[in-house]
Write a protein that binds this ligand. Structure first.
Ligand code: URA
Length: 187
């Protein structure tokens, strides 16, 4: 299914209780033809209000990291989340909420066919890379899964809480750029 058609369907989704509390579904956004896909956790307050991923303080920091690595949602990446509706008070999405939402993400993978998937933060890394994924230990490591290179990095909200990890996060985004170039992806 095409992304636009998928989005239309997703905007009407009421599969899980998170749909009841949302202002907007945050389906995802990015460059057409993006070969790099980012998967965050779920919408926060600003994202819920605007219907767009990573537009609050975390998003501003994420955009800075991306820019430093020749990446941007306008040019060459697509950004989505594990869950498309805001969890109350920005709590972590529950496993059952993620399970009810993951078919949308799978369909996004199918439509976009990314070569690289970056898990932004623990929640998506543990669901998509491995249940015991530890960001502090495994950030920046690429692993291949079903022909796609996957990597987990720090969530920008975690960097805002603990700026000590900023350099490490920065290095991860540069590694994404380098890996993309290695694969012949034009940035
Ligand atoms: N945090 C996320 O994980 N995703 C967003 O879209 C915004 C903040």
């Amino acid at each position: 299914m095409e992304l636009s058609e998928l989005e239309k369907k997703c905007l009407k989704c009421e599969k899980c209780p998170l749909s009841q509390g949302r202002t907007n579904v945050v389906f995802g956004e990015g460059a057409p033809g993006a070969k790099i896909m980012l998967v965050g956790e779920g919408p926060g307050e600003n994202e819920d209000l605007q219907g767009r991923p990573f537009v609050g303080r975390s998003g501003q920091l994420l955009d800075k990291f991306l820019e430093a690595a020749d990446l941007s949602r306008e040019k060459n990446v697509y950004i989505a989340n594990m869950v498309k509706c805001r969890p109350p008070k920005n709590r972590d999405p529950k496993p059952e909420e993620q399970e009810l939402c993951i078919d949308w993400l799978r369909a996004q993978f199918k439509a976009i066919r990314p070569r690289i998937i970056v898990c932004v933060g623990r929640i998506s890394a543990q669901r998509l890379i491995g249940a015991d994924f530890r960001v502090t230990k495994q950030h920046g490591e690429f692993v291949e899964k079903n022909g796609v290179l996957m990597m987990g990095t720090y969530h920008p909200a975690a960097i805002l809480r603990n700026p000590n990890n900023k350099e490490a996060a920065f290095a991860d985004w540069l590694a994404v750029r380098d890996k993309a170039r290695e694969l012949g992806i034009e940035l």
